[in-house]
Design a protein around this ligand. Structure first.
Ligand code: PLP
Length: 446
């Protein structure tokens, strides 16, 4: 394919993508295929002779689409969302074209520098404490990891390396192996499986702390386990708090847990993979209070902030903790500016060496939506829509509600008032409200 053909087919592909997304709700959200369906639809071996682009494109609908689960269908309610926006897709095209492998500043200065600045922009949107920002003189900073799983693993490995150095500074005779066998990491019993997996990969014990009735880890629960483990000669070194758990979006109480971790010299990592995007709205930001006690914090803009996969934003308070844990310096990766203190070499912050220019899609999305646009996306349902819904509910005369204002939001209050109200009345009312809300939403222009 030459540049002229690329121009033509590129435009056709943009049309195909736009049609796909515009009409996605007409497709069945979950495919009918059985395991192995695809093998029978394509040859056993790669073609010897080149095929045409038209031949390949024809097979998208024949081979691929029948086996696609349409994550961006309005009927998709599984797992968590994965982000999708046109600005991010366009940025990904550019990323593919530049096609750099930005493992160090010198390997592509724009790739590194834009990432550092985008993580500062996003950190400021979340009102993260200054300590987490790189700025021009900060000791912290952010990085784009591929996934929250990688962020947790990196945090755990950095914490492991830090505690080993700390212990060996006082006891030079203690071997690394001996220390590792005593290390213990903790998470909520509601934490995502990737946290337990980080413990497995990191070769350390991982214990689950029992949550309370709201599925939240409280300070007392952690304290009790720490006391037992210290008494048994173990070395607690890492706690992964979850803000927005996978089963029920519960929040660990980091304002209680943080001070305990700090006092016990335990690295606190926060996994806010899904819920983190909401903290850009001032009314949700209080849920992040306590982040000031954390050593590292992570969430996935690729879940709920309109930046297509993969984009997992991770910040650390002391970047030297991470860089110090994984530093390798072969001659072929060195460059003239690396000791200047002015540049970041992200290869030290992650497991692979290679990395894509992922900050481009953040830059496109942040600029083309603006903070206000992103906040509106998180909030969705506007005040006007809620007001209209309330009018319809009350004019239908079946049930009666009054509204209130909470932090600038028009909220429909549902109070159970009468002595005679039973569960069936509430169920009926809920069906009625859902029905009116669906009608209203269907009338909206798409
Ligand atoms: N943490 C939480 C709370 C999650 O809900 C998820 C996935 O849904 C993950 C971690 C793993 O995310 P990733 O695919 O980015 O590793």
């Amino acid at each position: 394919m030459d540049a002229a053909e690329f121009r033509r087919h590129g435009k056709e592909m943009v049309d195909y993508v736009a049609d796909y997304l515009e009409n996605i709700e007409k497709r069945q959200v979950y495919p009918d295929v059985e395991p192995g369906y695809l093998r029978s639809l394509i040859p056993e071996e790669a073609p010897e002779e080149a095929e045409s682009y038209e031949d390949v494109v024809k097979d998208i609908e024949r081979v691929i689409m029948p086996g696609v689960t349409h994550w961006h269908s309005p009927y998709f309610y599984a797992y968590f969302p994965t982000a999708n926006s046109f600005p991010a897709m366009l940025a990904d095209m550019l990323c593919g074209a530049i096609g750099c492998i930005g493992f160090s500043w010198a390997a592509s200065p724009a790739c590194t520098e834009l990432e550092t600045v985008m993580l500062d922009w996003l950190g400021k949107m979340l009102k993260l404490p200054e300590d987490f920002l790189a700025g021009t003189e900060g000791r912290g900073g952010g990085v784009v990891q591929g996934t929250a799983s990688e962020a947790t693993l990196i945090a755990l490995l950095a914490a492991r390396s830090k505690i080993i150095k700390l212990i060996q500074a006082d006891h030079p005779d203690r071997s690394e192996t001996d220390i590792i066998t005593k290390l213990v990491a903790y998470s909520s019993d509601q934490a995502h499986s990737s946290v337990e997996r980080a413990g497995l990969i990191g070769g350390v014990r991982m214990k689950k702390i029992r949550t309370d009735k709201k599925f939240s880890v409280r300070g007392d629960a952690l304290k009790k386990v720490l006391e037992e483990d210290r008494a048994a000669g173990l070395i607690p070194f890492f706690f992964c708090a979850t803000l927005g758990t996978t089963p029920s979006c519960a929040f660990d109480c980091i304002t209680e847990l943080g001070p305990i971790c700090n006092a016990e010299k335990i690295w606190m990592h926060i996994d806010a993979a899904y819920a983190g995007s909401a903290f850009i709205c001032p009314e949700f930001r209080p849920l992040l209070n306590g982040v000031e006690f954390a050593d590292s914090f992570n969430f996935n803009p690729h879940k709920w902030l309109l930046v297509n996969f993969d984009c997992s934003a991770m910040w650390v308070k002391k970047r030297s903790d991470i860089i110090g844990a994984f530093k390798m310096e072969p001659l072929y990766l060195k460059h003239d500016h690396q000791e200047s203190g002015l540049v970041t070499d992200y290869r030290h912050w992650q497991i692979p060496l290679g990395r894509r220019f992922r900050s481009l899609k953040m830059w496109f999305v942040f600029r083309m939506y603006g903070l206000k646009g992103l906040q509106a996306y998180i909030r969705k349902g506007s005040n006007e829509l809620n007001e209209t819904l309330l009018k319809r509910i009350n004019s239908a005369r079946k049930i009666h509600l009054v509204p209130c204002q909470l932090a600038g939001k028009f909220v429909l209050r549902f109070a159970v008032c009468a002595r005679t109200t039973e569960s069936r009345h509430v169920q009926e009312a809920w069906c009625h409200i859902s029905h009116l809300a669906s009608e209203l939403l269907q009338e909206l222009p798409h």
